[in-house]
Design a protein around this ligand. Structure first.
Ligand SMILES: [Zn+2]
Length: 407
């Protein structure tokens, strides 16, 4: 007859073979190894504990500062203080960084200017511009954003166009569209049917930007993996598992193709408006598609923010992309001061060193983000080794032209 103690021990071994704690690490030297491993006699390691170290003897080039002064066209120094269901509400801003904190790092990394895309509107925008753009001329540029909370007012299209004019008078350099448009903004602002990117109510806004020479930095859609199930086939499984709210799979969300089609219809209707399509045209997994769009729309440029992970895992295709579109690619990072939760865009020295290494060297198989585990997918990247003529365009000349500023 089995004693209670033996029975409990047997039960715990049986259970441990089936239900392992999420972060369990089974050490092979454990005395209980054969039972704990179950029938297949293979050790089990939780994916979250897996941190392989490369044995490859590869060149490691340290690029302390960029070869040419940099304009980072995609940063978030301020953000909306309030939001609901993905829609920013109100003019009030939260300041994620202060000039005296940002400027020393900018000088160390040869960053001439940072473009703060999420500058907001009305008083909030005016305060941001006073504190950054006007206090440090040539070092900071702010973009405005639409005021979605007035979306239900009958005269919204004109109100929004007037808002662009106000922002221009106040000193804003361009307009930023977050993925709010297409994926969060709804008919009743935070509820109801999703509003499409080519909704005619925004036509006066796009036209105002064209007339005032204010480029529109637009984020449409997201990585393809965000539109597929969060399962073992998803190449960004860990990223989505950490941020399940980033998934646009199912519910009433449009597909990536539908979002891009709506974007393209809108671009075609506003040929005089310049669009900086962020994150490599939001389709870095398909550079043929981005290349076709660039050929089709002469009013389109792209930035590379938060997508060197995608570009760097296809270095030969990316290099051809940079050769062909060298006048239409802008340097951007998505840098966010204290954004430690998102290592691929945290504003720090390391982040910029990785971008410079990717663009300037032919180093192989290195991390695309300053993190223990690659945060956007388990792969590493390869440098492009761009020539100086292309580097200078990407680092500053293209952005200076699009923003209408001197470098
Ligand atoms: Zn961004």
């Amino acid at each position: 007859m089995t004693s209670r103690r033996q029975w409990l021990r047997q039960l715990s071994l049986t259970l441990s073979a089936f239900a392992q704690p999420k972060s369990a690490l089974f050490v092979p030297s454990s005395k209980e190894k054969p039972e704990a491993q179950g029938d297949n006699h293979k050790a089990t390691l939780a994916l979250s504990n897996y941190e392989p170290r490369s044995a490859l003897h590869a060149q490691e080039t340290h690029i302390e500062a960029a070869s040419f002064p940099v304009i980072d066209v995609h940063t978030h120094i301020t953000v909306s203080a309030k939001s609901k269901n993905g829609v920013g509400l109100g003019a009030e801003r939260t300041y994620l960084g202060q000039p005296d904190e940002l400027l020393p790092l900018m000088d160390r990394k040869n960053i001439r200017a940072m473009v703060n895309l999420t500058g907001g509107y009305d008083d909030g925008l005016a305060q941001v511009i006073a504190k950054f753009d006007k206090a440090f001329p040539g070092r900071f540029y702010s973009f405005t954003e639409p005021c979605y909370e007035r979306f239900l007012e009958p005269k919204y299209p004109q109100i929004q166009a007037d808002g662009i004019e106000y922002a221009h008078r106040t000193g804003a350099k361009g307009l930023k569209i977050l993925k709010t448009l297409g994926l969060y903004l709804r008919e009743n602002i935070t509820s109801g049917k999703l509003v499409k990117i080519d909704d005619p109510r925004f036509d006066p806004m796009w036209d105002a930007c064209g007339q005032l020479n204010m480029p529109v930095a637009i984020h449409v859609s997201d990585p393809i993996a965000f539109f597929t199930p969060i399962d073992r086939f998803n190449e960004r499984y860990e990223e989505l598992n950490n941020h399940p709210d980033w998934s646009f799979y199912d519910h009433d969300f449009p597909s990536n193709a539908e979002l891009l089609q709506a974007r393209n219809r809108m671009f075609a209707r506003h040929p005089r408006t310049q669009f900086i399509v962020l994150h490599v045209g939001n389709f870095a997994e398909n550079l043929d598609n981005v290349s076709e769009s660039l050929d089709r729309f002469s009013n389109m440029t792209v930035d590379i923010a938060a997508r060197i992970g995608e570009l760097g895992r296809q270095p030969r295709r990316s290099r051809r992309f940079f050769d062909r579109h060298q006048d239409r690619i802008l340097f951007g990072t998505d840098a966010t001061p204290h954004g430690d939760e998102f290592p691929q865009q945290v504003f720090n020295d390391k982040l910029y060193e990785i971008y410079y290494r990717f663009l300037e060297t032919e180093d192989e198989y290195f991390d695309y983000a300053p993190a223990k585990v690659p945060p956007q997918g388990r792969w590493r990247i390869y440098g492009l080794g761009l020539p100086h003529s292309i580097l200078e365009k990407v680092y500053n000349q293209n952005a200076a032209r699009v923003l209408g500023i001197e470098i």
